[in-house]
Design a protein around this ligand. Structure first.
Ligand code: KIV
Length: 270
């Protein structure tokens, strides 16, 4: 066995993630968009990495997730797929691929798995996407559903709003599960509703702004480490202030260069 295939076998698998729900082990998932960050998060023990379409906002500076393309998702997913040694890597299907027909969606998701070493795709939708999920699963492509707040429908929703329709949430999450999704992201839902839906499903729910009753939690990595310059949702807890560290280091370096203190002898060739 080559060292490459040994490495890929050490990665968490879809069945292992599903089993974590039965074992009552909380699942951790963070977004990652490049090799350096993905290596750090993977090394720190996060269970799942998500190459989220949030990269449109976080990396590209757009005001919502709609502009990112399939080619751009593949470009970033390839870096994350190369970095991950333990984490299972999921890639978002960018808007509006999963609404362009089953064939188009299977082709796009197939490209993601073939070209990036990532193991699964995520798509926004529940009941309305059941046929698409089922076709992907039949093609051997593991799927994570995404219900509650669906950022790709921001214009239809008129903004990012907490989703309070319990029946709709249960219908969508159950439809995703019945169609073969192995997990479902639940976004911006009151904690009580998310807890109740999580208890009714046999697949894990991964919450974001959905309280503590989900089987796992996901956050945008940059929000969690304090690297987001703009708006940060109220449900985010920042565990560091990386922006401050970067700005302070950069300001000190600029000053040292201006004052001729860098490079010094130690950092020059004799
Ligand atoms: O794209 C993303 O970052 C996501 C998370 C918010 C779950 O879908």
């Amino acid at each position: 066995m080559s060292s490459k295939s040994k490495r890929s076998h050490a990665r968490l698998t879809v069945p292992q993630i599903v089993k974590m729900k039965n074992a009552r082990q909380r699942i951790t998932m963070l977004t990652a968009y490049d090799y350096t960050m993905a290596s750090l998060l993977d090394g720190a023990g996060v269970d799942m990495l998500l190459v989220g379409d949030s990269l449109a906002m976080v990396v590209q500076g757009h005001e919502n997730t709609l502009p990112v393309t399939l080619e751009e998702m593949i470009y970033h997913a390839e870096m994350v797929g190369r970095a991950a040694k333990r984490a299972l890597v999921v890639v978002d299907l960018p808007f509006p691929i999963n609404h362009q027909g089953i064939h188009q969606t299977v082709v796009a998701a197939g490209r993601i798995l073939k070209e990036t070493r990532c193991q699964a795709v995520k798509l926004e939708g529940g009941a309305d996407q059941a046929e698409v999920i089922s076709a992907l699963v039949s093609a051997g492509i593991p799927v994570v559903g995404h219900v509650g707040l669906r950022p790709q429908t921001v214009h239809a929703m008129g903004g990012y709003k907490v989703q309070r329709d319990q029946d709709q949430l249960l219908t969508d999450a159950t439809a995703a599960q019945d169609a073969g999704a192995f997990a479902v992201v639940v976004e911006c839902v009151p904690a009580e509703i998310a807890t109740s839906v999580s208890k009714k499903l046999i697949i894990p729910t991964i919450g974001i702004g959905a309280g503590a009753g989900c089987d796992g939690q996901v956050l945008v990595c940059n929000d969690m480490i304090g690297l987001t310059s703009g708006y940060v949702p109220s449900f985010v807890k920042a565990y560091a202030d990386i922006s401050k560290i970067i700005q302070s280091a950069t300001a000190r370096w600029c000053e040292d260069v201006k004052e001729n203190r860098f490079p010094d002898d130690e950092h020059s060739f004799g």
